[in-house]
Write a protein that binds this ligand. Structure first.
Ligand SMILES: Cc1cc2nc3c(=O)[nH]c(=O)nc-3n(C[C@H](O)[C@H](O)[C@H](O)COP(=O)(O)OP(=O)(O)OC[C@H]3O[C@@H](n4cnc5c(N)ncnc54)[C@H](O)[C@@H]3O)c2cc1C
Ligand code: FES
Length: 271
């Protein structure tokens, strides 16, 4: 983990309120593993002391890219950054997605920025499997050609039916598991909204599949000190304990997570 003053190389809107931010970050980019994130100090956001966490979308040599959506004051202010300007990053942070287990078939499930967060995983997994992308509308479906170019079979669902199959991501996932998976055993890698993650975990727990879930919790320090990001996990003795999403996560195997409504974060604007 390093702290670095990165320089903006490219910054442009992509679609559906998402922006691509590419930075020169030679101290951090080469060390990023799939599913890790960077904690970004948003410049010119004087009244807000906290950094904002963003999954690393791509790294190429000393370049590091994030794909982020404008959802509030931090991300809106980030949108003003121009090429040549600098911003302070801490990273790479967290425990990302692991390597695929031998003989298993990889299945990605993503909603929202989860498509960006899973790209490095999709790139590095030795077997290219099936990726399920879900969104409210077509504009929420990101990076399809990038995944297809890597050899992934991408299945799209949108709630308004404007792209792919109408419905939720599970409306495509469930019949595929039943009719097309065949004798293969899946290993799932998921990132997206909490409801979607719960749906993936439910299915994996029911069937005994391995499912890696990237938890989207609010974060303060990002480095394990403040406990803003804790989630409940099984303690191995029949009870539960807290785990820090920024250090022990954000990726957890679904059997590690202690399932109860307390795991569903009530989001508030960060100070
Ligand atoms: C590990 C991790 C990786 C992330 N990766 C990405 C990414 O690659 N791309 C991306 O666009 N976003 C990502 N996020 C979410 C991103 O951190 C938030 O959208 C951002 O911090 C919001 O800051 P803000 O100041 O604009 O919003 P705020 O003003 O703090 O909040 C505005 C609105 O956004 C909601 N919000 C706040 N934090 C989050 C959050 N963590 N997730 C969803 N909604 C939130 C608030 O409830 C509020 O309604 C990630 C979050 C985590 C924990
Ligand atoms: S964000 Fe501070 S401990 Fe995780």
């Amino acid at each position: 983990m390093k702290q670095e003053h990165a320089e903006v190389i490219e910054h442009q809107p992509i679609q559906g309120g998402y922006n691509l931010l590419v930075m020169h970050a030679p101290g951090i980019a080469p060390d990023v593993r799939p599913g890790q994130f960077v904690h970004v100090q948003v410049p010119h956001l004087n009244e807000c002391v906290l950094r904002r966490p963003f999954s690393v979308f791509k790294t190429e040599g000393q370049r590091l890219a994030i794909l982020y959506k404008d959802v509030g004051k931090g991300t809106r202010t980030l949108g003003n950054l121009r090429p040549g300007e600098g911003l302070n990053l801490i990273g790479p942070l967290g425990r990302g997605f692991p390597a695929l287990q031998e003989g298993l078939y990889p299945v990605l499930v993503a909603g929202g920025y989860g498509m960006a967060a899973l790209y490095q995983t999709a790139r590095l997994l030795p077997v290219k499997g099936t990726a399920f992308f879900g969104g409210r509308t077509g504009g929420d479906i990101l990076c399809v050609s990038e995944f297809e170019n890597l050899g992934w079979d991408v299945r799209i669902t949108t709630e308004d039916g404007s792209l792919g199959q109408a419905g939720r991501v599970t409306d495509a996932l469930d019949p595929w598991m039943k009719n097309e998976l065949g004798s293969r055993e899946p290993e799932l890698f998921a990132c997206g909204p909490t409801g979607m993650l719960n749906a993936v975990a439910d299915r994996a727990l029911e069937q005994g599949w391995t499912a890696w879930i990237s938890m989207d919790t609010n974060m303060g320090c990002g480095v394990g000190a403040c406990l803003t990001c804790v989630v409940k996990v099984h303690d191995g003795r029949g009870g539960w304990s807290w785990a820090r999403s920024c250090r022990e996560g954000p990726v957890f195997e679904c059997r590690e997570l202690f399932r109860e409504p307390a795991n569903v974060t009530n989001r508030k604007s960060m100070p």
